[in-house]
Design a protein around this ligand. Structure first.
Ligand code: ADP
Length: 489
């Protein structure tokens, strides 16, 4: 009987469970959309109860006909912060989502006090509201009684992986993995430990933090009665790191780029920690048997979300795929550029206050040009990241492995290859993130023997070759740089 692997993929927009076969076939999938709440300008929250209940529902649904599950792997939206009472299991505040910018002033203050150098040297990150630490501090300082309860040992902090694990194990296990820990701003990624100096800086008590494990570990067993059987959670990783694993990027220099709500490109840079000198992040790619592999990461906050906005906000088309029809209905962008900085600019510009911009409109501009500009923006944004990555690593990648909802768009994939002047490859297993979590569970359960074994499952579905002339590429990119120049101080 073939062995099955359960991946829990708790993302920003949905909670999913996918049952995979060993060769990456989807045997069953259940998914529920997850609401985002915007209680104030710049605030983004989700219901922890929804996160848990929807995930539980999805797991139960796909497991009802499963008969040979070797293990569970969890992957999740990263940085999103939950604090709950360990006696009741109740969250004391909503989940504060990674996109939330309520702590922008706090970050600016810490920066102006000169702390960024120390923080970046230990974490590979920046002082930005994106990461968990200032969100934790906000909850402790703004929810009545929270600090006192935390000091008394009644509260637990977790990113979504940790929160789900705690519930799956009936409150027995409070643990996270090295990739999720590496996104909190509290974890020293060089020494692989929670860092006292960082805890003091953000005023966060150590006793609320989870134990940090390798990505492959025995995370514990699901509590009887929670799922149809008792299963072992054998692997966890943040979503972008899981996609790197699912895309088989185990060699130094390999790059994956995921185009969902946002775009996240990660390059495997091997076992040596090196800070980015080009405005990117250094992060844990994975930790196996105590050995760390690092990645440099470029995070763009808005990718597919711009297409969603054209669909829902502007009503340009009723399905995201309509953007492609519009884009190819015109021969070029007619000098229209769209910088989708709806929630500020991420890497490599880091302008939290920036707003989106459409530039170069003329009387003959139509919505086709704007749609085209939104799709082209994916290529320009990725080129910004790749140029920074190449400068950091000293070597351009030979190929980019892409995934995420947006790669269904052929125009985007071809434009990416053209703009980067590098082939873009799409995998047969399109659910790279969930598959990465399944691979971790499979490695832990012995379904796979090694990373090599995992990378052999990766198969090419489609390859886009660069076709654009250098002059045209340069001219288009110059237009983008001019648009960015309007936003960057
Ligand atoms: P996430 O995991 O972040 O929720 P997905 O990987 O599911 O995101 O991708 C969904 C995003 O991809 C949406 O923002 C949607 O607008 C965009 N998208 C999906 N299909 C297309 C398409 N054919 N063309 C352009 N954008 C698309």
């Amino acid at each position: 009987m073939t062995q099955q692997l359960l991946a829990i993929d708790q993302g920003t927009t949905s909670s999913r469970a996918i049952l995979f076969s060993r060769d990456g076939k989807i045997l069953s999938l259940a998914q529920k959309e997850l609401m985002l709440h915007y209680p104030q300008k710049g605030w983004v929250e989700q219901s922890p109860d929804d996160i848990w209940n929807d995930t539980l529902w999805a797991c139960r649904d796909v497991l009802k006909d499963a008969d040979n599950v070797a293990g569970i792997g969890i992957t999740n939206q990263r940085e999103t912060t939950i604090i709950w009472n360990k006696n009741t299991g109740e969250a004391i505040y909503n989940a504060i989502v990674w996109q939330d910018r309520r702590t922008a002033d706090y970050c600016r203050d810490l920066k102006s006090q000169g702390h960024e150098e120390m923080v970046a040297g230990k974490t590979g990150l920046r002082l930005d509201p994106y990461f968990s630490a200032t969100k934790i501090a906000w909850v402790l300082d703004n929810v009545e009684g929270a600090r006192v309860s935390a000091e008394a040992g009644d509260l637990l902090f977790g990113t979504v992986d940790c929160f789900l694990l705690w519930h799956l194990t009936g409150g027995d296990v409070h643990a996270t993995d090295a990739t999720n820990a590496s996104r909190t701003l509290l974890y020293n990624v060089v020494e692989q430990c929670w860092d006292d100096e960082l805890l003091t800086l953000f005023n966060i008590p150590r006793n609320i933090l989870p134990q940090v494990k390798d990505n492959l570990a025995n995370y514990g067993q699901t509590k009887e009665g929670v799922l149809p059987n008792v299963y072992t959670v054998g692997g966890m990783a943040g979503d972008q790191q899981a996609a790197l694993i699912g895309q088989g990027c185990f060699e130094k220099g390999m790059v994956k780029s995921t185009y969902g709500t946002g775009c996240f490109a990660l390059m495997n840079v091997g076992s040596e920690f090196k800070r980015s000198e080009n405005q990117l992040l250094t992060t844990v790619a994975y930790r196996l048997n105590g050995e760390v592999t690092y990645a440099i990461e470029g995070s763009i906050f808005v990718a597919g979300a711009a297409i969603q906005w054209l669909r829902d906000g502007m009503e340009f088309f009723s399905e995201a795929g309509g953007s492609e029809d519009l884009a190819i209905s015109v021969p070029d962008n007619n000098n229209v550029y769209f910088v989708p900085a709806f929630t500020g600019l991420g890497a490599p510009y880091w302008e939290p206050e920036a707003k989106a911009l459409i530039m170069g409109l003329s009387r003959e501009s139509t919505k086709a040009h704007i749609a085209r500009a939104a799709l082209e923006a994916q290529g320009y944004q990725t080129k910004d990241l790749m140029d920074a990555m190449n400068a950091d690593s000293g070597k351009a990648p030979e190929v980019i492995r892409a995934d995420g909802g947006l790669v269904a768009n052929g125009f985007v994939c071809q434009f990416l290859a053209d703009m980067l002047d590098v082939p873009v490859e799409l995998p047969k297993i399109t659910e790279a993130t969930a598959w990465g979590a399944a691979c971790l569970a499979g490695l832990q359960a012995g379904v796979f023997d090694s990373l090599d074994d995992v990378s052999q499952v990766w198969q090419l579905d489609r390859r886009y070759e660069p076709q654009m002339e250098a002059g045209e590429r340069a001219a288009l990119y110059d237009g983008w740089r001019a648009a960015i120049g309007m936003l960057v101080k």
